[in-house]
Structures are given as structure tokens and as C-alpha cells.
Design a protein around this ligand. Structure first.
Ligand SMILES: NCc1[nH]cc(CCC(=O)O)c1CC(=O)O
Length: 329
């Protein structure tokens, strides 16, 4: 215990983070933000997760949720006061003992291509005629949409499952093993590596993952005062958007095991427009639907956003999503 510190507000908040460059960058930004906006000092506590050390493919060790559970364990054990996650890695089922204290403003939601000679997708296809264009991604969602694009354009693309941190993935392009990799713009921006982006993929080509580009700041439910203090970092429009996207994902997870993409964006006149894609990883089937609903803020915000996600999920399931097989994005 520190001596002479009677004022709890001067004791640093312990912010749990993964040790990857991206996690440290994200956590550092949130830590600075908290200190700036609440005056409270924050210290980073590095937590090693199984996902950081395992060489197995993500799908084999249960998806990106492995990154989250070690942080949640540390929260529940009282080793840290708050955790920062990439929202897209957060399982849709939240433990009741934890609170989503804040969802800060979203970064760029798009996926991007980092490619050899800085070429765009169409240019790669044009240039490489003697073999399929090799594009690295371990995400069935990205595979589905890349393969659907290839079918539509009569292009030969081979999606190559890869994993690892941003450096490792981009390294496959520099080594010549792959022609391109697909990554989230948000991660590269936060790492200060936006200059390496060869192409921003439009949502019509590559709808992002539910929650992509957004962060989640989580704390224990038995710390309501801390949750309220962290609430100054919350961006209600972003929270509403990711709530709709994640409600859609949760409903589809219950009904099918196909890759899912979803993006909600505030439109004019206080509307939230939600688009969803469900497909097969080979891109042979891609089901795309959208809906709009009220962008409610305040008391009814969560329920209203969830309803939009559930409504679109129901339509997608009706439209055949339930019959699509494959792995989850
Ligand atoms: N699944 C890993 C992951 N989780 C969050 C991001 C990027 C940052 C974000 O989307 O918020 C990434 C890397 C990527 O998909 O390129």
C-alpha cells in the first residue's frame, strides 16, 4: 500500500492490456484520454494471453475470444481495474459481473489491402496472369467477400490462411510469399502505419466485422463509480452502431455458423442504417441485406439499437442464412 495517499483519486488506475504493439498503442491512447478527461493517473499492466503465445491457428483455439478472456480473468481477480479490448474481438455474450463502461469514437471501419508494389486488388489481378493472386487472411468473413469478388470479376484469387501480429502479416508481403494481406485500417492507423496501406476496400466489396474499428473499455460491475467516471469517454453513436452490429452477430451465431459482416452507420434524420452480409468462405453464396431504424440515444438507446440488429438478423435467417455452412469470421 502507498502511504499517505488518502485520496483514492490519486492512486493510478490499473489498465490491463495485451502485449502486442496494437494492444499497447490502443491502451496507451485510452490511458492518456482517461488522464486528460478525468485527471486520474493510469498505469498499464501487461497481461500475456494464450492467444499471444500459441502458434496454433486462431480457429483451432477458439477464435479471438482467447485474447479477451485473460484480460477478463485479471479484471475479475482484481489485478486490474479496467481492460481495453478491440470490440470486434469481444464475444457477444458478456459476463454479468462486467460492464461495458465506454465505447470511444470509432476509427476507420474499413478493411485495407497491403500489397506488393502497392498495387490495388484489380491491378494485382491484371498484373499476375500466370497464377492466382495470393492474398493472406485467416478470416472466413474476408475470404468469403474476396472470393465472391473474384467470382464476380472472373479473377483468380487464392486466399491463404495466415495469423500473427500486424508485422508478421505484412512481412509475408515483403518476403514475396503473398501478393497482399487484408488488415483493418483502424489497427494500422493506431500503429502509425497508415502509409503502408495500398487500398481502402469499400464496404460494397468488403463489409467489415461487427465492431471493427471500435474499442471497448470494460470494468467490474461492482465498480459503478469507476464505470461512471470512464463514461466520459463513451461515444453514444458508436455504441449504438456496434450494439446493432453485435445483436445481429449474436442472433446469427445462434442460427448459423457462416461468416458474418455487419456495419451500422448514423444517417440523416437520426437514423441508423445497418448492413449485413452472410456467406460461405468460398464466396459462392453471399447474402447482403440492409435496414434502417431510429438512432435513439439516452435511455432507450441500447434496446433500440439491438432491435435493429435482431430485425436484420431475422430477415437474413429467413433469406437462407441458416442454411449456410462454414466457419465464423
Ligand atoms: N482480429 C484481430 C484484430 N482485432 C482488431 C484488429 C484491428 C483493429 C480494429 O478493428 O479495431 C485486428 C487486426 C485486423 O483485423 O487487422
Amino acid at each position: 500500500m502507498r502511504q499517505g495517499q488518502l485520496d483514492a483519486e490519486t492512486i493510478p488506475l490499473r489498465l490491463g492490456t495485451r502485449r502486442s504493439a496494437l494492444a499497447l498503442a490502443q491502451s496507451g491512447m485510452v490511458a492518456r484520454d482517461i488522464t486528460e478527461r478525468t485527471g486520474r493517473p493510469v498505469e498499464l499492466v501487461e497481461i500475456t494471453t494464450y492467444g499471444d503465445t500459441s502458434r496454433e491457428h486462431l480457429a483451432q483455439i477458439g477464435g479471438t475470444g482467447v485474447f479477451v478472456s485473460a484480460l477478463r480473468d485479471a479484471l475479475l481477480a482484481g489485478r486490474i481495474d479496467l481492460a481495453v479490448h478491440s470490440l470486434k474481438d469481444l464475444p457477444t455474450a458478456a459476463p454479468e459481473s462486467l460492464l461495458l463502461a465506454a465505447v470511444p469514437p470509432r476509427e476507420d471501419v474499413r478493411d485495407v489491402l497491403v500489397s506488393r508494389e502497392n498495387l490495388e486488388l484489380a491491378e494485382l489481378v491484371e498484373k499476375i496472369q500466370d497464377r492466382p493472386v495470393r492474398i493472406g487472411t485467416g478470416s472466413p468473413r474476408r475470404m468469403a467477400q474476396l472470393n465472391a469478388w473474384a467470382r464476380e470479376h472472373g479473377a483468380a484469387i487464392e486466399t491463404v490462411p495466415i495469423r500473427g501480429n500486424v508485422d508478421t502479416r505484412i512481412g509475408f508481403v515483403h518476403s514475396g510469399e503473398l501478393d497482399a494481406v487484408v488488415l483493418a485500417a483502424a489497427g494500422l492507423h493506431r500503429l502509425g502505419r497508415g502509409a503502408e496501406i495500398s487500398q481502402y476496400l469499400a464496404a460494397q466489396l468488403m463489409l467489415p466485422a461487427p465492431g471493427q474499428g471500435a474499442l471497448a473499455i470494460e470494468c467490474r460491475a461492482d465498480a459503478p463509480e469507476l464505470a461512471a467516471a470512464l463514461g466520459v469517454l463513451d461515444h453514444p453513436e458508436t455504441r449504438a452502431a456496434v450494439t446493432a452490429e453485435r445483436a445481429l452477430l449474436a442472433a446469427l451465431e445462434a442460427g448459423c455458423s457462416a461468416p458474418v459482416a455487419a456495419l451500422a452507420q448514423a444517417g440523416g434524420e437520426n437514423e441508423l442504417r445497418l448492413e449485413g452480409v452472410v456467406g460461405t468462405a468460398d464466396g459462392a453464396t453471399l447474402l447482403t441485406m440492409s435496414t434502417t431504424g431510429p438512432l435513439a440515444l439516452g435511455e432507450s438507446a441500447e434496446q433500440s439499437a439491438r432491435a435493429i440488429g435482431l430485425a436484420l438478423a431475422a430477415r437474413l435467417l429467413d433469406g437462407g442464412a441458416a442454411g449456410l455452412m462454414g466457419e465464423r469470421a
